[in-house]
Design a protein around this ligand. Structure first.
Ligand SMILES: NC(=O)c1ccc[n+]([C@@H]2O[C@H](COP(=O)([O-])OP(=O)(O)OC[C@H]3O[C@@H](n4cnc5c(N)ncnc54)[C@H](OP(=O)(O)O)[C@@H]3O)[C@@H](O)[C@H]2O)c1
Length: 292
């Protein structure tokens, strides 16, 4: 049985991914992560309404990635529920994310949240287990606008958690001070792009430190969810006119990173599941990135 944890699986891309995983094969089991237990149970009920037999293959796990204790308890629950397994998990998908909020809030969920989840769950992964980090094209776009020195930082394969967290600590007090970000070689401190650049950096770190796992990041693409709908509302255009796709389209790259034949580790993929650079935008349909 391939047991897979998806964080933030109660709605949006995470929910579509939950459905795609259950549809993919009979031998998958979903730990449906949700920061609110009720919203998690509602999501499970929606999935079971689509196919009643899925009820046996879903366990809701209350998991708020912004809280140490919640993540620790969730890992203990997964361990307990899989007590007969030495290594209960085939995969962990770090999908939970926010687009709005203070720099501290966005980094706490989109970067520290991934670190919390990986620190607690990696030991439950089987050898060659998959770690998927749902990042964003905002990451490479952010890096592209940084100084050369900072670009090298974001692309450093042997980056350490101390280095990543030191940069976070250095930047948190600078919120709103674009000039201070610029003098540090960082683009103007837009929290979301910064958080996704750091999430990609973390992907490099995790892959480098865990060669027995398969750790990769991707963008899901521009997908209509609660995270993006406000773009359409404020522009006066429909989500489709703005180029947004339905949540199912956002599962292509994460599904490839979970179940596909991977040719490397610590890589970043576009929404078309094709390898892409971490320091510039590659459009779906363009040739694959073949850099080091
Ligand atoms: N939509 C896009 O176009 C797009 C593009 C690039 C990347 N992404 C990335 O894709 C991922 C999913 O986003 P989405 O578009 O599906 O957004 P969404 O519909 O807003 O869903 C976000 C999910 O994350 C959960 N979440 C937020 N904070 C959390 C926390 N502290 N702990 C646990 N779960 C938390 C939410 O739970 P609640 O229901 O409790 O809030 C929800 O389940 C994010 O990482 C996002 O950055 C999205």
């Amino acid at each position: 049985m391939k047991r897979i944890l998806v964080t933030g699986a109660n709605k949006g891309i995470g929910f579509a991914l939950a459905e795609a995983i259950l549809t993919h094969a009979e031998d998958t089991f979903l730990f449906l992560g949700s920061r609110d237990a009720g919203r998690g149970q509602d999501a499970k009920a929606k999935l079971v309404a689509k196919q009643s037999t899925w009820g046996e293959r879903i366990e809701v796990v209350e998991l708020d990635v912004s809280q140490d204790e919640s993540v620790t308890q969730a890992a203990a629950k997964v361990r307990e529920l899989s007590s007969s397994e030495d290594t209960p998990l085939y995969g962990v998908v770090n999908n939970a994310g926010i687009g709005q909020g203070s720099l501290q809030q966005v980094l706490n969920v989109n970067v520290l949240g991934i670190h919390r989840v990986c620190s607690a769950f990696l030991r439950l992964l089987q050898p060659q287990g998959r770690v998927v980090i749902v990042s964003s094209a905002s990451g490479p776009n952010f890096v592209n606008l940084c100084s050369q020195e900072k670009q090298l930082f974001f692309l450093k394969k042997d980056v350490t958690w101390s280095e990543i967290s030191a940069l976070i600590e250095e930047c948190l007090p600078l919120e709103g001070n674009d000039k201070a970000f610029e003098t540090r070689g960082l683009w103007d401190g837009r929290a979301y792009g910064f958080s996704k650049a750091l999430a990609n950096s973390y992907t490099l770190m995790l892959a480098n430190e865990n060669p027995s796992l398969q750790v990769n990041a991707c963008t899901p693409g521009f997908i209509e969810t609660d995270l993006t709908r406000h773009y359409a509302e404020s522009s006066g255009q429909t989500p489709t006119e703005l180029g947004m796709k339905p949540p199912i389209a956002g599962t292509k790259a994460p599904m490839f990173l979970l179940f596909g034949e991977l040719e490397g580790n610590g890589r970043y993929y576009g929404s078309d599941a094709v390898r892409s650079p971490m320091d510039s935008y590659r459009s779906p349909g363009d040739p694959p990135y073949e850099g080091d």
